[in-house]
Design a protein around this ligand. Structure first.
Ligand code: GAR
Length: 208
């Protein structure tokens, strides 16, 4: 059974999708053993507590830079014996000290179709605003491994939705969460826990 540590910063609907998937048995060979928040008032912490999952708070504000923050996160991940780290609405970019030690063991959900609308500065509703400003007709979400560059690691799964004429960032965000994020993130986590993601030449493939 693999230990899954989930990193959060906000509402935690993706964390909830993972909790629900674990409860219904669709995460095979994995268990959420700890939730770590960068934000002491994140509602995601409440979701973890409601489900008896241990929590840790490592406030981003208490660290002067990304390196010192990432070292604190790294210590926590090592203490928790994390086999898989899931960034579920985690709004801080982790330094190379974490991404190299946990290479191909950190999964992120990004709310757009990478390589579009991604990288530094593209997070949360800003992503959906940029999509609407550009006028693209489809968007979606990407589940990918995390490497030293923001949103640039190997893609595991992607799913699409239509962008509609009267969408607001909030409406589009909700459509992408409901139709893609809440389904594909638990699916990718389950595949990882079953050792069904193979890396070939830096690209990720799902095996039978
Ligand atoms: C989700 O849409 C997630 O894809 C996005 O933030 C939202 C968090 O929602 N993540 C990023 O933008 C990371 N770059 P949640 O807290 O309800 O899961």
């Amino acid at each position: 059974m693999k230990n899954i540590v989930v990193l959060v910063s906000g509402g935690g609907t993706n964390l909830q999708a993972l909790i629900d998937a674990e409860k219904s048995g669709t995460i095979i060979n994995g268990k959420i053993t700890c939730v770590i928040s960068s934000n002491p008032s994140a509602y995601a912490l409440q979701r973890a507590e409601n489900n008896g999952i241990p929590t840790r708070i490592i406030p981003r504000k208490e660290y002067p830079d990304s390196k010192s923050y990432s070292l604190a996160v790294l210590d926590a991940l090592n203490e928790e014996n994390a086999d898989l780290v899931v960034l579920a609405g985690f709004m801080t970019i982790l330094d190379q000290c974490v991404t190299s030690q946990y290479a191909y063991r950190i999964i992120n959900v990004h709310p757009a179709l990478i390589p579009s609308f991604c990288g530094e500065g593209f997070y949360g509703l800003k992503v959906h605003q940029a999509v609407l400003d550009y006028g693209v007709k489809i968007s979606g979400a990407t589940i990918h491994f995390v490497n030293e560059k923001a949103d640039a690691g190997a893609i595991i799964l992607q799913g699409v939705v239509n962008v509609e004429k009267n969408d607001t960032p909030e409406i589009l965000q909700r459509r992408i969460m409901e139709n893609v994020e809440w389904k594909l993130l638990p699916e990718a986590v389950s595949l990882f826990c079953q050792d069904r993601i193979e890396i070939v030449d830096g690209k990720a493939y799902v095996t039978e």
